[in-house]
Design a protein around this ligand. Structure first.
Ligand code: ADP
Ligand code: GLC
Length: 487
């Protein structure tokens, strides 16, 4: 089976969030199962070409977008595991500081940037002669590919046998642009209806994928159901409900080599389920790193997150004064919205001996927090999948999570028969969050129960193999669907 996975990010080349981890982990796991997989991402200025031996193939693709013609350059790289990636270069669109925007906001031409990328994917495949059985698209940045395949490329013999799978990693980001984008993106006027890509007067890129991909999925089973309802459907619940027979949920995996407390080179002391004593050293080191003194028997909570509404920071800010009266400590690593960065920094000044805040993106520190914390906090308002709760389980760090999306699918509440792996709360309000934290505190001091929760969590297998097999199943469904279309 020949598969192309196209995405706007992929680790280790370019990362702002979980999507990048998913593309890297999934593509490798699929290759190990015998799939001929090719990944395609943009060549941003931040991609370290020397480090990853990314070379210019000397080939160009010319992409027609409405009345404009834009040229892309094709680069390629082979990973240590032998996996090939294609990078689409364009000085005009990708030679910029960030992936999607500056602190002042999204880049104004993101419509052009990602419709160019989507068309360049198709043109590149033709140029290099890679005929995929399935093109697997991810989020709004590549959502126009299924639309192009069913419109301007409809009669192209090269893609006659190509089907599509579209994965929703986060429905709240839809790629919404003013009407003139339609022309720039090369989408026919006829599709600017509510049954097409129009959405309250704007052009909605993600609708291209949701309407026209052969098969759809999201990154957890729970989220695949939640987005069919108004609360998390972001205005697209009706469309998703109509396509519910084609909509699946596949929980993400995690990179168990990179996130492995037994061998992690980024943590002060390695440990495992059979000898967890090193975790205490990691905790002591983290307490020292944040300059906390005394109260060593208090539980230490950690958070590593984008600082945005989705992740529950409005709730956290509301409870912070009351939380700081409890005998716990909290360290937060994150970056994102200015209002959260400023409020958390001010709170860390106020509660110096209890709250530590680092604003920034720092992978080694993320590992030290996962290893050194006793509890990992994820009070997300919504969470399509979430990766950190799975890293936490692997590191013996008990997650306290809201019972939504992927958090729901991956964490088992300790009150379950036989004991679970974490603590869940349902209502998105201050009392419920505080009650869950108080519960965590009580359990933490009940050493035997706590050890049981930790051990059950550390035993969980979240490796990519299972998810990759499920994705291969979805590719088969997409292929069967595509064949049906021909008849
Ligand atoms: P999302 O993609 O919504 O941000 P996920 O939980 O799927 O959430 O993935 C987030 C990924 O980004 C994880 O690998 C997490 O460790 C990482 N991450 C998020 N913020 C930071 C940060 N400030 N520093 C280091 N890693 C971070
Ligand atoms: C999105 C979601 C997150 C998910 C990630 C990877 O960023 O917010 O929950 O884990 O995509 O699928």
């Amino acid at each position: 089976m020949k598969v192309v996975i196209a995405s706007s990010e992929m680790r280790p080349f370019a990362k702002t969030g979980g999507l990048s981890d998913v593309v890297a982990g999934l593509s490798l796991a699929e290759a190990r199962l015998g799939v001929d997989v090719l990944t395609i991402i943009p060549l941003y200025a931040s991609v370290d070409r020397d480090r990853y031996c990314i070379t210019d193939t000397g080939k160009f693709v010319d992409v027609t977008m409405g009345e404009m013609i834009r040229r892309g350059t094709i680069f390629e790289g082979i990973s240590e595991e032998g996996l090939k990636s294609i990078f689409i270069g364009s000085d005009e669109y990708f030679d910029r500081e960030s992936l999607y925007g500056s602190p002042r906001g999204d880049y104004k031409d993101n419509d052009e940037r990602f419709s160019f990328f989507s068309l360049a994917i198709l043109e590149t495949l033709k140029l290099i002669g890679f005929t995929p059985d399935v093109i697997h698209l991810n989020d709004w940045q590549t959502a126009l590919v299924p639309l192009y395949l069913k419109t301007s490329y409809k009669d192209d013999p090269f893609f006659k046998k190509t089907s599509t799978l579209f994965t929703i990693h986060n429905l709240a980001y839809q790629g919404l642009f003013p009407k003139p984008s339609l022309k720039k993106a090369g989408i026919g006027e006829g599709l600017f209806t509510s049954e097409g890509v129009e959405f309250y007067g704007q052009v909605n890129f993600i609708k291209g994928g949701l309407l026209l991909a052969d098969i759809l999925n999201t990154v957890s089973r729970r989220y695949s159901l939640e987005i069919q309802e108004q609360e998390f459907g972001a205005g697209l619940e009706g469309l998703l409900k109509r396509r519910r027979d084609d909509l699946h949920g596949v929980v993400n995996g995690i990179d168990i080599d990179c996130w492995n407390p037994e061998r992690d080179p980024l943590i002060p002391q390695n440990y495992s389920i059979s000898d967890i004593s090193g975790k205490r050293d990691c905790k002591m080191a983290l307490l020292a790193e944040f300059g906390f003194k005394g109260g060593r028997d208090w539980p230490l909570m950690g958070m590593v997150s984008r600082l945005i509404d989705q992740k529950g920071f409005d709730l956290l800010l509301k409870v912070m004064d009351r939380l700081m009266e409890i005998d716990v400590r909290l360290v937060i690593l994150g970056s994102g919205e200015g209002k959260y960065e400023q409020a958390l920094t001010a709170l860390a000044e106020k509660y110096r001996d209890r709250l530590g805040v680092v604003i920034g993106f720092d992978d080694p520190l993320a590992h030290r927090i996962e290893a050194g914390a006793d509890i990992f906090l994820m009070p997300s308002y919504y969470e399509p999948c979430g990766l950190n709760q799975m890293y936490s389980l692997r590191y013996g760090t008990v997650p306290i999570v809201r019972d939504v999306g992927g958090l729901s699918d991956t964490v088992e509440d300790y009150r379950l028969k036989g004991g679970g792996t974490g603590i869940k709360f349902s209502e998105y309000n201050e009392e419920s969050l505080l009650a869950a934290i108080r519960e965590g505190l009580k359990l933490y001091h009940d050493k035997k129960t706590w050890r049981g929760i930790i051990r059950r969590g550390m035993k969980k297998d979240f490796s990519w193999g299972r998810a990759a097999r499920e994705y291969i199943g979805l590719y088969r469904l997409a292929m069967a669907k595509g064949e049906g279309d021909d008849e």
